[in-house]
Design a protein. Sequence first.
Length: 260
Amino acid sequence: MSTATAPAVKPETTERVSVRTGPAIDVAGAAKTIDGIRVLHDVSFSARPGQITALLGPNGAGKSTVLRGIVGLARLDSGTVRIGGRALADWERPLLTAGVLLDPDAVEPRRSARDHLRILAAANGLPKPAVERALSLVGIAELADRRVAQMSLGTRQRLSLAGAFVGEPQVLILDEPHNGLDASAIRWLRNTLRAYAAAGRTVLLSSHLLGEVARLADRIVVIDDGRVVADTTVDGFIGDETADPAAALEDRYLALVGDR
């Protein structure tokens, strides 16, 4: 099976982001039990327009459950999750409101990248050029007719990002978006997300790459054992240790959740 590598993405693609203020994401009192185990305990936080909010926590802390709850893939036992004051499903064309990346493998492997995006676009009333823009943005236009099963992890991740960007949404909700990306693509993603936030949109992401979070995020929400244990700005989280923000963030984070 081929694992073709996608061509490098180009930093100038970030210029395509237009200014449009996005709605906030509000999570209030979210609680969830799975198989008798309480995985979320009264989780509350907000992600605001014009900012990149990073959701941090150890494996199993509840981050993915929170993100799945926000997009309506996990039903909460109690609490509310809202985007611009309503559930994502209540927006007429959800893909224009929120671009979502939760699982790069949640794509039919027999489809081509272009066909996958065409289905997403058609379901949300997007014009055909939106597909080509998204493929170009993430740097896989040359591989667009290749079956997903023939793509490397990094290329599948770029395809999932294309699915998040195809509607030029007001909100981005990304679970570990850096997985499988090489250094060039990580830098491109950093620049693109910064441009989205600078344009007044809302970005919420989870990541285990603390060095990247230190360079990228405006706010940090830390979840441990299903509870919010920190919710502050990056500067507030790091404190006065600014000589090496990445190291300071890592030290503060591990002091909070433990070195596991």
